[in-house]
Design a protein around this ligand. Structure first.
Ligand code: HSE
Length: 436
């Protein structure tokens, strides 16, 4: 093979990044592969933008069929599951290879598209769909192939990490930090996907499939975003030695899998707790290697395009060595690894918890609360209450436990909520040690 032809669908932030990466690193990539990578066709509604960036009007396509016809690989960078899904199917059905950065597409339609690719003797690569430029899929699928993955936990959404960092470092409210993130261009077109944890849930769905060899199933993820998080709890967590991060976690214990996204307290001494701003970080616990941490830009033009172009290069190298399809299966498993596997309902997980309640000052409140934990045989690790100021009538009480069953904690929360002197909504946050 001398030339590998690339068709691009969608020339926004990532699309123009792909053009830039191939322009800047052309000779470097050629020296490494011996292959010429050539963009042959680009489809985007904003044709002026395409010409302004590429300076080559001959690259403009007027429809998807033209892109498919002129390319070996179709690179889908439109996003979402509408037209992107239709175009992806069309490219695969035409027998073309597909590279995508579209996490929603893979998380929601991946299983169907992988099967379609198999039937059409082609392949789909999707490294850029998780954690932008960080090669986490390659790490899980190839770098850690000799290991059994025990769990993966990561900061998978830059927007929410930026918001949480601003709340902690500058005392901003959630709303102000969100509008700053939007101004800086970190947020998705619909920021609900970021702040409600949906974007991170798409990504952890993909990670779980590759880590454990299970089908992609977005419905299995328990999702809580950061919209209800109060600055107060960010500050209290800090005082207790924790950072709050929106964590996507996939864990396999015996044959039970839990997949969840929620704001999480992490001990401040962990590296991942110190990942600030819009950066991503993924911590993988592998049974032989132990923990490894993958850190870098989870979004942005050139960083995401770096992962897209790497997929294109990987694919071309595989084909150049005589393979018709990419030499590694989509989720890294040749045979299904789902036999006997079940999914844990959120009520049945065991983890650490942070609870905060607001009480009118009266005798016996703490005794009643601690008794609720004693009844469930749950050991309290930390309890926090500040000295009442003069004339202050109510106070926050914070309790931290290292390990408890969610069901038991829910019962305790309900009972605290009903206590006569309780005057607010009890806050419950989960806590992860992020270590073996
Ligand atoms: N909105 C996403 C984020 C972009 O904030 O991380 C990358 O998927």
């Amino acid at each position: 093979m001398s030339d590998f032809k690339i068709g691009i669908l969608g020339f926004g932030t990532v699309g123009s990044g792909v053009f830039n990466v191939l322009k800047e690193n052309n000779s470097e990539i050629h020296a490494k592969t011996g292959i010429n990578f050539k963009i042959t066709s680009i489809l985007d509604l904003d044709q002026e933008k395409v010409t302004a960036i590429t300076n080559d009007p001959s690259l403009l396509a007027s429809n998807v069929d033209e892109v498919i016809k002129k390319s070996d690989v179709v690179v889908e960078l439109i996003g979402g599951t509408g037209i992107a899904y239709e175009f992806a199917k069309k490219a695969i059905e035409s027998g073309k290879y597909l590279v995508t950065a579209n996490k929603a597409l893979i998380a929601l339609h991946g299983s169907e598209l992988f099967e379609l690719a198999k039937q059409n003797n082609t392949s789909i690569l999707f490294e850029a769909s998780v954690a932008g430029g960080i090669p986490i899929i390659k790490a899980l699928r190839e770098g850690l192939v000799s290991n059994k993955i025990e769990w993966v936990a990561g900061i998978l959404n830059g927007t929410t990490n930026y918001i949480l960092s601003e709340m902690k470092n500058n005392g901003l409210s959630f709303e102000t930090a969100l509008s700053q993130a939007q101004q800086l261009g970190y947020a998705e077109a619909d920021p609900t996907f970021d702040i409600e944890g949906i974007d991170a849930a798409h990504k952890i769905t993909i990670i779980a499939s590759i880590a454990f060899g299970i089908p992609l199933d977005f419905k299995k993820v328990h999702i809580e975003g950061i919209t209800n998080l109060q600055l107060k709890d960010v500050t209290y967590a800090e005082e207790l030695g924790f950072r709050i991060k929106l964590i996507g976690l996939a864990k396999k214990t015996n044959n039970e899998i839990e997949i969840r996204v929620h704001p999480t307290l992490i001990p401040e001494s962990r590296l991942v707790a110190n990942v600030d701003g819009p950066m991503n970080a993924v911590l993988v616990m592998a049974n032989m290697l132990g923990p490894t941490l993958y850190y870098g830009a989870g979004a942005g033009s050139d960083p995401t395009a770096s992962a897209v172009v790497t997929d294109v290069v990987d694919l071309a190298r595989s084909i150049n060595h005589g393979s018709k399809t990419f030499h590694i299966p989509s989720n890294g498993f040749e045979t299904s690894n789902s036999k006997g596997v079940s999914f844990k309902a959120i009520e049945n997980i065991s983890t650490g918890y942070y609870l905060r309640a607001n009480f009118l000052d009266s005798a016996g409140v703490l005794a009643k609360i601690t008794n609720l934990f004693a009844e469930k045989n749950i050991s309290i690790d930390a309890m926090h209450q500040k000295m009442l100021k003069k004339d202050q009538k109510e106070n926050d009480v914070i309790i931290v436990v290292n390990n408890a069953l969610e069901k038991d904690i829910n019962e305790i929360v309900d009972k605290i909520q009903l206590m006569e002197s309780n005057i607010g909504s009890v806050v419950k946050l989960r806590l992860e040690e992020m270590a073996k």
